[in-house]
Ligand binder design. Sequence first.
Ligand code: TMP
Length: 256
Amino acid sequence: MNRRRRIYEGKAKILYEGPEPGTLVQHFKDDATAFNAKKHDVIDGKGVLNNRISEYIFQNLNDIGVPTHFIRRLNMREQLIREVEIVPLEVVVRNVAAGSLSTRLGIEEGTQLPRSIIEFYYKNDALGDPMVSEEHITAFGWASPQEIDDIMSLAIRVNDFLSGLFLGAGIRLVDFKMECGRLWENDMVRVVVADEISPDSCRLWDMKTNEKMDKDRFRRDLGGLVEAYSEVAKRLGILTESDNPAAKPGPTLVKG
Ligand code: TMP
């Protein structure tokens, strides 16, 4: 299986050549990293959960007319995607203050923001993904003004969709990161949502208890990451008890 040509290996995923031109296979690893990979661990079952959760989100986005790179899930760890040229930006949408916004501006975590805020970070590990403005993006040619507009429209639509989706599951969408790619279709190029959207790239808090159900469990050494991701999947209705990687094999009750 792994004789396929590997196109790219990132911290949490591998991209392989796809079965047809213009397609790739996106493979979800169990690796977790934080703080620009200074912290690393392998967490059994994380890749399987992120593959399922990201599939569910991207399929729903496709279905409501928000274009993405996603075609279909192939197996437990892999999905078929369209090959795109990744725009070198991490697009962060925030609804509630947390993380680097709280640190940078001294706003207490959990404070509802007056409106949703979109931020851009330049995707560059060597520089630690610095925050940039639209001025930097256009001056250095990372995206055109039209593409920035398109990316912001996509970000707002994804935020509205995800906020409602998670609200229905008793989960508060605090913030999330998304990436975009340029998709060529004949002579046309358009910007679509790419990469993944999963508890690795979102902040998700239980509505009642404020318990963290995302990668902050790893970043902040809280433990219980797979259990939390499984709970997210279960509440979204995409995981049944029988295929739950967090469920430890227990003794079997044999009825006489
Ligand atoms: P931040 O508060 O650390 O800037 O993170 C904002 C959101 O972006 C949060 O949901 C986590 C996500 N994120 C990533 O997906 N990848 C990253 O490298 C970073 C720094 C944040």
